[in-house]
Design a protein around this ligand. Structure first.
Ligand code: KG4
Ligand code: ZN
Length: 335
């Protein structure tokens, strides 16, 4: 009998549902919330209300696209955390209700582990052990991945995440939230002519708050002399900000490869959709003889396929949750 899992992801502002059969993604549907754009960031209450509205249609769409009926499902998987509490509650409650109604197992999934295991949604799949640079709106981590459930964080941000660095500097440039994709698009027509400092952080940790501050002061100074400075230099500013964020990430990745001796390297999380990061990592891989794994765009940003793929491996181990399981805004990596 095939293992058919319906997976739900609702940790932030995307409502997503996917159907996975024997570890293969049959459907992966996402309803993104546009309402946050006007506020310049995700508003938790607006997000949870929108999940509430989108959840049933997105789940129906995922089942329809997969050609799978509810009664043919083997398990329901959901994101337990980390994420926004109000958003997580919608997904967790929905998953519990559906598992109860269908009398099938419930599988909790750690959102950041799932970003890493998204690599197993497509071929070629990485061979263990590999190093994963996990970069999203809430996390920036270097992880040694020894097995599906044996992962160690060897470096992380001490302040902002890489995605926040894109979003916050983008806001300074007058760009809509989330600014990462806008910076990516604008940078394609610009040159990195403005020099922003690289933070001096020991070892494998990251820091991005200093970059944001230095850009803020730089812009203030320039705007005094020329109020149109940002609009006249938008492409070059975007290229400079992006270039610096990407080099901070890749320099640390290089240090991690040197320290661990692991030369299989993977990207994960929303920021791995960034074209400069993808291109430069591929280039580094070619130069240095690393094996690189860069997920397809749809598996980079938040999606339920990654939750379903992770749940598939938990299903094989018989690792199920009970109905008392509660969402957690902060969730240890060990879960
Ligand atoms: O993983 P994700 O979808 O959600 C979280 O779990 O946080 O990541 C969202 C982050 C946002 O900060 C967004 O600006 C960033 O990923 N992002 C990008 C790009 N696409 C999304 N950053 C840079 N370039 C992109 N193309
Ligand atoms: Zn994410």
């Amino acid at each position: 009998m095939a293992i058919q899992i319906l997976a739900i992801e609702s940790s932030c502002d995307d409502t997503s549902a996917a159907v996975i059969r024997d570890g293969v993604v049959l459907s992966n549907c996402v309803a993104s919330q546009e309402a946050h754009r006007q506020y310049g960031g995700v508003v938790p209450e607006v997000a949870s209300r929108a999940h509430q509205i989108h959840m049933v249609p997105v789940v129906d769409q995922a089942l329809r696209q997969a050609g799978v009926k509810r009664k043919e499902l083997s398990a329901i998987a959901f994101t337990r955390g980390p994420g926004l509490m109000g958003s997580l509650i919608v997904g967790v409650s929905f998953a519990k209700a559906m598992a109860l109604a269908l009398d099938i197992p419930l599988i909790e999934v750690h959102h950041m582990r799932a970003h890493i295991l998204a690599h197993f949604a497509e071929d070629p799949k990485p061979v263990f052990p590999f190093l994963c640079l996990t970069v999203s709106g809430g996390h920036t981590e270097l992880v040694v991945v020894r097995d599906f459930f044996d992962m160690t964080v060897i470096g992380k941000t001490i302040d902002d995440a890489a995605g926040e660095a894109f979003d916050k500097t983008g806001k300074l440039l007058g760009l809509d939230y989330p600014a990462g994709p806008h910076i990516d698009r604008l940078a394609k027509k610009g040159n990195p002519i403005f020099e922003f400092p690289e933070p001096k952080i020991d070892d494998l940790d990251f820091s991005f708050s200093g970059l944001k501050t230095s850009i803020l002061y730089f812009l203030r100074k320039q705007l005094k002399g020329n109020p149109a400075f940002i609009t006249e230099n938008l492409h070059d500013l975007a290229a400079s900000v992006q270039g610096r964020i990407v080099s901070i990430l890749l320099n640390k990745l290089q240090t991690a490869v040197d320290k661990t001796g692991i030369t299989r390297v993977a990207l994960a999380g929303g920021v791995s959709a960034n074209s400069e990061l993808r291109n430069r990592l591929e280039e580094m891989g070619r130069e240095k003889g690393w094996e690189t794994f860069i997920p397809r765009f749809e598996f980079c940003t938040d999606n339920a396929a990654m939750i379903g793929v992770t749940a598939h491996y938990k299903y094989l181990r018989g690792d199920f949750s009970n109905q008392e399981v509660a969402p957690k805004a902060r969730l240890n990596f060990g879960v």
